[in-house]
Ligand binder design. Sequence first.
Ligand SMILES: [Zn+2]
Length: 240
Amino acid sequence: MTEQLHMASFEGTYTRQFLAMVEAVHPGIVELDRTAFYPFGGGQPADQGKLQWEGGTARVEDVRKRNRLRHMVAGDLPEVGATVEGSIDWDRRYAHMKMHTSQHLVSAVVDQLHGARTVGNQLYADKARIDFQPLRLSPAQLSEVEAEANRHLAKDLPITITEADRSELEQDPLVRSNLSLLPPSIRQLRVISIGNLDICPCAGTHVRSLGEIGEIEFTKRDNKGSGKQRLTYALRDPTP
Ligand SMILES: [Zn+2]
């Protein structure tokens, strides 16, 4: 099992470089005992970067996790047992962290104001889209959502990473996700909270506080079938 450094703490989430031991190697694949690389999932793209060791270097192009966490690499391959230094493409990852955290916030605000649940999302470094259902916001209502989200962003609320029991979360009105979609065997969940505004079981990477995000700006709204509406936004840097 690869220890995923981003999971337990913000110190781990903000780790850009780390040392690890090689546990297994296959053509184009390296498995490590620990990693700061985020594997594709939950609407967030995988991290990219590089692995370096005495006598070799490889570019990490993709990271996938099913039963095992695999770094898909191009270049040299290390030996099993070797110590490697991993470095993450930080600009890209940090952009994903801001997008992911703002997605939790936008999902919370739309749910608060319009009672619509998030049924899908996809993040990129420069934009994010969220699918809500049921939702049919007018341009004026979308501006209200934007203003409300930016009001929270300006308050610079703290984000926390904790663990919580599933049955506790099922009772909590601040939890907006449908927990019944998770396998019944999962009892303890990693939980990301924004101030006292939102609680979300999530395995992704997030920033420490809303102040790092800046402002959101909606760029598109598309009506889909079954009362679904897709909202797309970009981020503007915090004003200094
Ligand atoms: Zn998340």
